[in-house]
Each structure stands twice: as structure tokens, then as C-alpha cells.
Design a protein around this ligand. Structure first.
Ligand code: F6P
Length: 552
């Protein structure tokens, strides 16, 4: 990634820790750190209802957080003093708020309706967005109907998305999430890892004559994707035996037409997007092509409508009734005042099994930053670690630590009123567990309760649940394409809110560069004929030598 020598113009805020609201929160934390959710609920019987917000079809219960009205007032003040309103407007209007890459941040334009106007560099970008969506729709329909044939005349039955990071996690998460709506007579696979096993396993039972590769890469230079794409081409040609077959079995999604052409894919089969779409914010751009082929253009557009509804909510709702703003502020509250290191995302919905993995890139590549927009080392914590697994599986593995460990782990529980697969009483059992976990975490079980059950004294401490462990509960009606769009946009904007408070650039990712550069250098040193590994530290040199001796 190239960077010009001139620093971008920007207005530098007062340092975060000097803001009056921050100082007030520090003092307020002292009065909150030992307050228990038991007491907060006992003294306010309406708390559960009062601290629940319904918006855009999402019921967000944030009453089980260690906050009072005063906490919320101060956090909202922090948002105001951090200039969240102005930064939010700047993002939606296409200002170059990704200052280190000097780029606009306009994933919201990807889901803007046809008649919207969003101007970047004097040009309305919405018509182009819809032109690409229409081309994607046309292509998807041709593949789905069988009109698009493979080189030997067979219809396409398998689609493999080749990409990594945002060019993989969004498509695979969305495919899994919307599988219920997908073509069941087609196979969809996702190859991302440069580990050859990923490619080998994804293709071992497929017929190249019926397989379409979607090579997804914003830059079209990413080592993993280019290596897998090259392997895909060799794999396809082994059966198809004619270079002309590539045009029928490979399409590209990229911003880099030159590299796409160099690879040998006809740019007529390329679906473009723009530098103002960040990789981790790209699942609703052409990067979603495999998703669209799987679920059809209509469902894809429903998903975009969900994204857009949440965008509008974020842009227009007052902060105290704004879902992403409240979620973002609560994350800041725990990360910076309680010292929470992580956030657990726990979807009680099997179709969302890849949602935590998707959120890891969205949240951690965005907010894992140690300097402010002005380049100063921060003196507070920024992005926490996001992790999770679908419920109820997690309950039988890591929930022990959340309930009785020594760390504070705020949790996001996600559930749906209706299941897409009604089977006996499965869904009631599933939802009973969502509600039970939130209740157990918040209120725990006291020593008196445990003793009253007849537990011997020596065992009592082991069976006590301290409680006071915070969680949000997010409930939606059903996992529709719209609901998925809303949920993803909710987290996108929560991440943005956090980044604004922390005064960091949530849209660059310089932290991925160093490893890539070093790996390139080491690749040349691994072969027996390559130069001996000498210019590294003694540990890395020894590891390389160990491998060289044994690689065969
Ligand atoms: O390595 C990080 C990253 O740049 C991500 O931000 C991006 O989503 C991913 O690599 C893939 O990049 P590309 O789409 O250009 O192949």
C-alpha cells in the first residue's frame, strides 16, 4: 500500500482523557465498580423494560449492564464531546475520514436506494453501485437458471469463492446465515487459506466442468488469494484442457482491472467496486457475488434493504435511542473503565455460526489501533478482543469461565422469536437457554441460596455465582435477509462509534503489513537452493533451518 508524503489535514480533538465527560466517567466508575446488578434491579422494578430499546425490528435489552441513568448520561455526553455527530455526518457524506489512506468510507452507499445521491469527488456514486448490482443480478440469474454453461456445455452446479479476509469472511458468513434461502441443488464453497488443504478439500469431490470460481480480491494482489486462484486455474485446466475454458469458469470481483486482466480473466467477467469500500465492509458490494448466486438477487436486495434501514437509524435516531451508539458506548465503558479485555458474541442461531468469526475482522481489524488520528500513542485501551460460538454449544465449553472465572466478559446474546426449522420443542429449549444465561450471569447465586439447598459448607464457595456479569440481549423476529443486514450494520456502526471515541482510524489496517513483508522474504529462503537464512534473529533462523532440513 503506498502512502504520500504529505500528512492529511484534519481537526485534532482534545485528547480523549482530557474531555470533561471522560473525567466525569472516571469519577463515576469509582461509585459504580462495586454496585451489583441485583441492587440495580431491586431498586428499580421497571429497569428491565426501561432499559430496552426496540428499533428497526431489533429488541435490544441493555438493562443487564452495570450502568445507571447517570452512567448513560455521561457516556452520551462523551459521544457528544467526541464529535460523534459530525464524524458520522462526515462518513455518510463521503468525506475522506480514512485519513491514513486518504479515502472516503462509504459502505453505506452500497445499500443506498437507487434514487439516493451520494457525491464523491463531484460524482454521484449511487448509479454506479446499482449498475454493478444489476450486472451481478443478471449474471447470478444466468448461473442459477443454467443459462450460463461451463466450457463443455454442462450447467454450473458448484460455485467456489476464492478470497481471504473481507473477501471471504463476509461471503461465507452470509452464505451460512442465509443458507435456508439458498439453492439446495448447488454447492457453495469458500477457499481462503494458503494452506493447500483448504483448496484440496474444497475441490476433491467436484467436477471442473460444473464448477465456477469467483476470485474475490479488492487488490487482486493478495498472496493467499492469488496462489489459490492459480491453483484453481491449474485444477480446472487439468480437466478442461483449453485456455478458452477460463472465461466460462472464472469471474473476478475486484477494484483492480489491470491485475484481473493479467491473471487471464476477461474483464467482461469482472464485477467492480471502489476504493471507498473497505475489505471488511465489502460483503454487500460485488464481493457478495457468491452470496447472490446462492440466495438469488431478490434476497440479496432484501439484505441490502436491512443494511440501509440500520444506516438510516444510525444517522437519524437521537443518540439515547440509537442502537449502534448505545452498543458502542457500552463497549467503551467496559474496555476503558472496567478493564474488560474481550467481548463474547453468542448467537443462539445455528445459521449464524460464522458470525463471530466475521465480527472478529470487522471489530479487531478496525479498532485494533494504538495511535490516534494525530499519530499519538493512546494512553487508554482501544478495541477489545471479540470472540464467540453459537449457543448452546458454548455453554458446555467456555461459559464456565464467563460465569465463575476472574475476568469480566461482557456478552452479546442474539436470538430469534421464530426458527426457520421448527422441530418439536427445540426452539423453546434454545430460547430458554438464552434467557437463563443472561439471568444467571447478572444475578448469580449467593452463598445463602446455595446453603439453603443443603450444600455442605465446604462445597458452598465452589457453587456460588457472584453474578454482576453484564450482557446485552438482542432479539429479532426471524433470520430473514433483512434481519441479517440490520445485524451486520448494527455492529459496523457500533465499531465506528467506538473508533470515534478512541480517536483512531477504524478504516486502515497497517498492522497486517509487517508479517506479509517478512513472509515474502522468508519464502525465498525456504527452498534448498535459496539463500541460507541468516539475516533473522536466532529464534527465527533456527526455526527456518529446522524446517529446511525436514521439508523433504
Ligand atoms: O490482510 C488484510 C486485508 O487487507 C483485509 O483488510 C482484506 O479484507 C484482506 O486483506 C483481503 O484483501 P483483498 O480483498 O485485497 O485480497
Amino acid at each position: 500500500m503506498s502512502a504520500s508524503a504529505t500528512a492529511p489535514q484534519m481537526s485534532v480533538n482534545e485528547p480523549l482523557t482530557q474531555l470533561p465527560a471522560w473525567k466525569a466517567l472516571e469519577a463515576h466508575y469509582e461509585s459504580m465498580r462495586n454496585r451489583h446488578l441485583r441492587e440495580l434491579f431491586r431498586t428499580d422494578p421497571e429497569r428491565g423494560r426501561r432499559l430496552t430499546l426496540e428499533a428497526e425490528g431489533i429488541c435490544f435489552d441493555y438493562s443487564k449492564h452495570r450502568v445507571t441513568d447517570e452512567t448513560l448520561r455521561l457516556l452520551l455526553e462523551l459521544a457528544e464531546q467526541s464529535g460523534l455527530r459530525a464524524r458520522l455526518d462526515a462518513m455518510f457524506s463521503g468525506d475522506r475520514i480514512n485519513i491514513t489512506e486518504k479515502r472516503a468510507v462509504l459502505h453505506t452507499a452500497l445499500r443506498a436506494p437507487r434514487n439516493a445521491t451520494i457525491v464523491v469527488d463531484g460524482k454521484n456514486v449511487v448509479p454506479e453501485v446499482h449498475e454493478v448490482l444489476d450486472r451481478m443480478a443478471g449474471f447470478s440469474e444466468r448461473v442459477r437458471s443454467g443459462a450460463w454453461k461451463g466450457f463443455t456445455g454442462k450447467r454450473i452446479r458448484n460455485v467456489i469463492n476464492v478470497g481471504i479476509g473481507g473477501s471471504d469472511l463476509g461471503p461465507v458468513m452470509a452464505y451460512e446465515a442465509l443458507r435456508h434461502y439458498s439453492r439446495r441443488d448447488m454447492t457453495f464453497r469458500f477457499v481462503s487459506n494458503v494452506d493447500g488443504t483448504d483448496f484440496a478439500e474444497a475441490t476433491q469431490d467436484l467436477d471442473a466442468e460444473e464448477t465456477l470460481f469467483v476470485i474475490s480480491s479488492k487488490t487482486f494482489t493478495t498472496l493467499e488469494t492469488m496462489t489459490n486462484a492459480q491453483t484453481a486455474r491449474e485444477w480446472a485446466l487439468k480437466t478442461l484442457k483449453d485456455e478458452k475454458a477460463i472465461a466460462k469458469h472464472f469471474v473476478a470481483v475486484s477494484t483492480n482491472a489491470t491485475e484481473v486482466e493479467k491473471f487471464g480473466i476477461d474483464t467482461a467477467n469482472m464485477f467492480g467496486f471502489w476504493d471507498w469500500v473497505g475489505g471488511r465492509y465489502s460483503m454487500d458490494s460485488a464481493i457478495g457475488l457468491s452470496t447472490m448466486i446462492a440466495v438469488g438477487p431478490e434476497n440479496f436486495r432484501r439484505m441490502l434493504a436491512g443494511f440501509h434501514a440500520m444506516d438510516q437509524h444510525f444517522r437519524t435516531a437521537p443518540f439515547e435511542k440509537n442502537l449502534p451508539v448505545l452498543m458502542g458506548l457500552l463497549t467503551v465503558w467496559y474496555a476503558d473503565f472496567f478493564g474488560a479485555e474481550t467481548v463474547a458474541v453468542l448467537p443462539y442461531e445455528q445459521y449464524l455460526k460464522r458470525f463471530p468469526a466475521y465480527l472478529q475482522q470487522l471489530t479487531m481489524e478496525s479498532n485494533g489501533k494504538h495511535v490516534t488520528l494525530g499519530g499519538e500513542r493512546v494512553n487508554y485501551q482501544t478495541g477489545p478482543i471479540f470472540w464467540g460460538e453459537p449457543g448452546t454449544n458454548g455453554q458446555h465449553s467456555f461459559y464456565q469461565l464467563i460465569h465463575q472465572g476472574t475476568r469480566l466478559i461482557p456478552c452479546d446474546f442474539i436470538g430469534f422469536a421464530k426458527t426457520l426449522n421448527p422441530l418439536g420443542n427445540h426452539h423453546d429449549l434454545l430460547l430458554a437457554n438464552v434467557f437463563a444465561q443472561g439471568e444467571a450471569l447478572a444475578f448469580g447465586r449467593t452463598a445463602e441460596d446455595v446453603r439453603a439447598e443443603g450444600t455442605p459448607d465446604w462445597l458452598v464457595p465452589h457453587r456460588v455465582f457472584e453474578g454482576n456479569r453484564p450482557s446485552s440481549t438482542l432479539l429479532l423476529a426471524e433470520l430473514t435477509p433483512e434481519a441479517l443486514g440490520k445485524l451486520v450494520a448494527l455492529y459496523e456502526h457500533s465499531v465506528f462509534t467506538q473508533g470515534v471515541i478512541w480517536q483512531i482510524d477504524s478504516f486502515d489496517q497497517w498492522g497486517v503489513e509487517l508479517g506479509k513483508v517478512l513472509a515474502k522474504k522468508i519464502i525465498g529462503e525456504l527452498g534448498a537452493s535459496g539463500p541460507a537464512a541468516g539475516s533473522h534473529d536466532s529464534s527465527t533462523t533456527a526455526l527456518i533451518e529446522w524446517y529446511r532440513k525436514r521439508r523433504g
